[in-house]
Design a protein around this ligand. Structure first.
Ligand code: SF4
Length: 512
């Protein structure tokens, strides 16, 4: 009997053996298709390490599928017949293989999913079961809510998953959220574990050569690439973090230190986002470590909150609100992204450190992204879409569903407060408290209006002054505006002028 020949397209961030769309795969009859295409690698100038990670992980995944007896068609970037787009390759292979059915798990990028829905092919779509909350479930939770708050969503996910709950369903430790215990600065004498590095095998070497040849114009260092590209290596990275990083992660997850790009962070976000690690297994491991008294509650809860709270929440918001969401610009920003975001060439030590390590490792942790590079973009009034594209390009773990709400919503408050109830704006004092960056900076964090004053200080007050009409009514900002109003007029004017001076420098294309 002739069976239906099905073609299963697997995208570069869908490298999971238990992917929903692969559930019905018949190894004897069907084909899995993986394609490296120029459009996905270059619609923003992705960091060369990110392209390497995805292509190499795809090639390793294809090999692993073949070893399981599955028929795989793999299209390399330099295949002369490569059409350059995902819809183009799907159409080409449907024709070549006479496939009668096309199967695909929903995408992580609205742009790509829309292009596949618009391309005229009859695709059978599968919900992405790697997330705890489906798009439909989130949309039903959000329905009729005027404002969404991550905290309430997170509690739902804790109840749904059963993680860190007492027998009666109450949260372990008597509170749902121990965020206040995640903000310690790094004391002297506490040093983070040395990072695990994975060397490039023959497949990765080939990809590295391909990336050098095709993406040399993209910003970012390539020869420091050391990320895991297989499920086994990603698991090894995770196991190392469980043993050496997680216990201190709770205390120091917000801290920053010069020339310490990774601190106690797991660095597994990229591996998780492309499917090399499984969300539920990670959460179960963290919970088990807590019950075994290997880690404190603030570490366990803090980590689980990032995964089933924030990560799932931003995905829900993304699919609920796209495509309109991407156009948000509450403050009407019009200033282009300064060139130094691509080079790190600035005298502000915090920015130079955060951007420098991002170029070197395609990585910065959440506070460096939110409170240093993001904070600067917010205070300086950068066009939201330009800073969003920068994050999407530069970070190894950045995919549109996770990057856009984090940057446009949380960092830039450009969505009008849908994701965050107030802008995460801060002066240099926050950076001083959470890092050692200010000690080696050309600017003085204690000054706000002098020629050598920390730029974050005057830009912070300038931001508050110029957007008072939008922010004064926000209850969570009332104390800040009281402080502003208490300042003598002459002080306010000096801050405004220093802010004007710095913004004019940016407008002239100058760095400072
Ligand atoms: Fe950054 Fe200001 Fe501190 Fe310099 S003084 S590192 S610019 S916060």
């Amino acid at each position: 009997m002739n069976k239906t020949h099905r073609l299963y397209l697997v995208l570069g961030d869908q490298l999971s053996f238990d992917l929903a769309s692969l559930k019905g795969l018949d190894a004897e009859q069907d084909t899995v298709l993986l394609v490296e295409v120029m459009e996905e690698a270059s619609h923003v100038p992705h960091h060369p390490q990110k392209i390497t990670l995805i292509f190499s992980a795809m090639r390793h995944f294809a090999e692993a599928l073949k070893q399981r007896g599955i028929r795989v068609q793999y299209v390399t970037l330099d295949d002369p017949h490569n059409s350059g787009t995902v819809p183009g390759e799907l159409r080409r292979w449907q024709t070549l293989l006479h496939a009668e059915e096309l199967h695909l798990t929903e995408c992580g990028d609205w742009r790509l999913e829309q292009s596949l829905k618009d391309c005229g092919l009859a695709i059978q779509w599968h919900s992405d079961s790697r997330f705890l909350c489906s798009r439909a479930e989130f949309s039903s939770w959000a329905k009729d809510k005027k404002q969404l708050r991550m905290e309430f969503f997170y509690r739902e996910m804790r109840r749904k998953s059963g993680l860190l709950l007492n027998g009666d369903g109450s949260p372990v430790g008597g509170s749902w959220n121990f965020d206040a215990e995640n903000r310690k600065a790094l004391p002297k004498g506490v040093s983070p574990p040395s990072p695990v590095r994975f060397s490039a095998d023959a497949i990765t070497q080939e990809v590295l050569a391909l990336v050098v040849k095709n993406f040399s114009s993209h910003y970012g260092v390539l020869d420091t690439f050391d990320y895991p590209v297989t499920h086994a290596d990603a698991q090894a990275l995770w196991d190392y973090f469980l043993d050496w990083g997680l216990a201190a992660f709770g205390d120091y997850q917000d801290t920053m230190a010069s020339d310490e790009p990774f601190l106690f962070h797991a660095r597994i976000s990229a591996a998780l986002n492309i499917g090399l690690l499984d969300l539920r297994e990670l959460c179960n491991d963290v919970e088990a470590a807590y019950w075994a008294h290997r880690i404190p509650l603030n570490a366990a809860e803090g980590f689980i909150r990032q995964l089933i709270g924030w990560r799932e929440y931003v995905r829900g918001v993304y699919w609920l609100k796209m495509p309109e969401y991407a156009g948000g610009n509450l403050f009407g920003n019009s200033r282009p992204l300064p060139e130094f975001y691509w080079t790190g060439a600035t005298k502000m030590n915090c920015m130079s450190q955060a951007i420098g390590q991002s170029l070197k490792h395609a990585y910065a942790h959440h506070i460096q992204r939110l409170m240093v590079t993001g904070n600067f973009a917010l205070l300086a009034g950068i066009v939201p879409s330009q800073i969003c594209d920068w994050y999407l390009a530069i970070y190894m773990d950045a995919f549109d569903w996770v990057e856009l709400p984090n940057t446009l919503g949380m960092v830039m408050h450009a969505d009008g407060g849908y994701v965050g109830s107030k802008p995460y704006c801060a002066s240099g004092q926050y950076i001083k408290r959470m890092s050692d960056y200010c000690r080696n900076c050309a600017y003085k964090v204690s000054e706000s209006t002098t020629h050598d004053a920390c730029p974050f200080n005057s830009l912070y007050w300038h931001f508050l002054m110029r957007h008072g009409d939008l922010l004064r009514g926000n209850q969570r900002m009332s104390m800040i505006y009281k402080n502003l109003d208490r300042m003598p007029e002459s002080r306010q004017q000096a801050l405004w002028q220093r802010g004007q001076f710095l913004l004019a420098k940016l407008d002239e294309g100058e760095s400072f």
